[in-house]
Design a protein around this ligand. Structure first.
Ligand SMILES: [Zn+2]
Length: 422
């Protein structure tokens, strides 16, 4: 399969899609080969008919609800950012996330469609952001019984890396890439979400960065070893773990503690060379050197599934490199031949950047665009107090809304709101 799905003009291309189910999520997951048993009339309601307003998820910080936009009846996601003004740290973090959501312009990165109108500044405590509503996420898809073909995996991995290349080109580290933060839609469109832990890359290697990042299973070895400075390679490691999880449908490194997490990694990759331990903290280095010398056992990756072809394992082994300096970049990973079919499929029937004319498909000149400019965080240094932050965020939201649609605000009398604030 795979190549047989494609024809030159794209006319015979069968799109991979997740079909909506009425209730409950995650949606059924389909490709042409599995569509025979479906009754489309009963299984594809319009999203608006699906469900009343309800909570759909919890990010690192904040709650997400599925709601209806009263201006056009469209189902959208509403995210509440609570406890914004508790202290200066949370104030900075939320303002950073808000600015990022408004900065992003990429189909594989979730962005803000709107921000609810804040009350007068004295009553301003919470921020509500509206984003596009996605049907599911990769975690739900992986643990569901729905079939996950090589074509699905290729088109998902392509989009993850395409979004990541954009983020990294803007100088942003996501720092919490995991299946639950990769939203997927009915047509397999994928968007990276949850920027609660994201930050701008630190160019100065002498500056310390927090170790409290990335869900443990997806945490890169340099973070597990207490490295004081890290870069975009930590996100690529997470993507490698997710790639293996898509192939094997189980978590690649599922440990009980950070030390055991490191042990599982060295079981697979072998004992790292001393050069890869240079930035590790004393305890981590001692732990690795004290243990037995382990040979690499990468051949077990071929046993993840039938989809673990030579090409797949080759790319996987370029992402799961212990030394971040030798790990492939997100941008270079996109050039790997394993992703050629995913690129073709994405740009033949899923993207917004190419279009069809009677004589065929007109492809964009740049399949994986970078950000127009780096994300600026210079304002953060001038943020010195919670009150000043409150004023700044209030002004940012008000300015962001100017000249746009009729502003929305929360109706505190609504029944849904009362459960929402809990
Ligand atoms: Zn395109």
């Amino acid at each position: 399969m795979g190549a047989a799905y494609f024809s030159v003009g794209g006319l015979e291309l069968v799109s991979v899609s997740i079909v909506y189910t009425v209730h409950p999520p995650p949606p059924a997951f389909s490709s042409s080969s599995y569509r025979a048993g479906y009754n489309p009339a009963s299984e594809v309601p319009s999203p608006a008919e699906m469900e009343p307003d309800r909570p759909i998820g919890y990010g690192a910080f904040g709650v997400v609800w599925s709601v209806t936009d009263p201006r056009d009846g469209r189902k959208v996601a509403l995210k509440k950012m609570p406890n914004v003004f508790q202290n200066l740290v949370s104030c900075k973090r939320v303002f950073r996330e808000l600015r990022m959501l408004c900065f992003f312009k990429h189909d594989n990165v979730l962005s803000a469609l709107d921000i609810l109108q804040p009350p007068q500044i004295d009553c301003f405590e919470e921020i509500y952001v509206i984003t596009e509503l996605m049907q599911s996420d990769l975690h739900k898809v992986i643990v569901s019984p729905q079939p996950l073909t090589t074509d699905h995996i290729k088109v998902f991995l392509y989009q993850i890396l395409r979004g990541l290349k954009y983020l990294h080109s803007a100088g942003i580290l996501h720092r919490d890439i995991k299946p639950g933060n990769l939203l997927v839609n009915s047509n397999c469109l994928l968007k990276i979400c949850d920027f609660g832990l994201a930050r701008v890359e630190e160019p100065d290697p002498s500056r310390h960065m927090t170790q409290e990042v990335v869900t443990q299973y997806y945490r890169a070895p340099e973070v597990l070893m207490g490295c004081r400075h890290y870069g975009s390679a930590i996100d690529v490691w997470s993507v490698g773990c997710i790639f293996a999880e898509l192939l094997g449908r189980r978590i690649l490194f599922q440990a009980q503690s950070p030390i055991q997490q490191l042990d599982l990694i060295t079981d697979l990759l072998g004992t790292p060379p001393l050069s890869a331990l240079a930035s590790a903290c004393e305890g981590a280095r001692a732990h690795i050197l004290r243990g037995p010398h382990k040979p690499p056992s990468l051949s077990v990756l071929y046993m993840l599934s039938d989809g673990a072809t030579h090409e797949a394992v080759h790319l996987l082994c370029r992402m799961l490199v212990f030394d971040p300096a030798k790990r492939i970049s997100g941008s270079d990973a996109l050039s790997h031949p394993y992703l050629d079919e995913g690129r073709l499929r994405y740009h033949t029937c899923m993207c917004q950047c190419c279009y069809s004319v009677p004589s065929g498909r007109v492809y964009t000149r740049d399949f994986e665009p970078v950000a127009e400019r780096p994300f600026s965080h210079s304002y953060e240094n001038s943020l010195l107090s919670v009150w000043q932050g409150k004023e700044l965020i209030h002004r940012f939201i008000t300015e962001h809304q100017q000249g746009k649609r009729v502003p929305l605000c929360i109706n505190p009398q609504s029944a849904a709101f009362k459960t929402f604030i809990r």
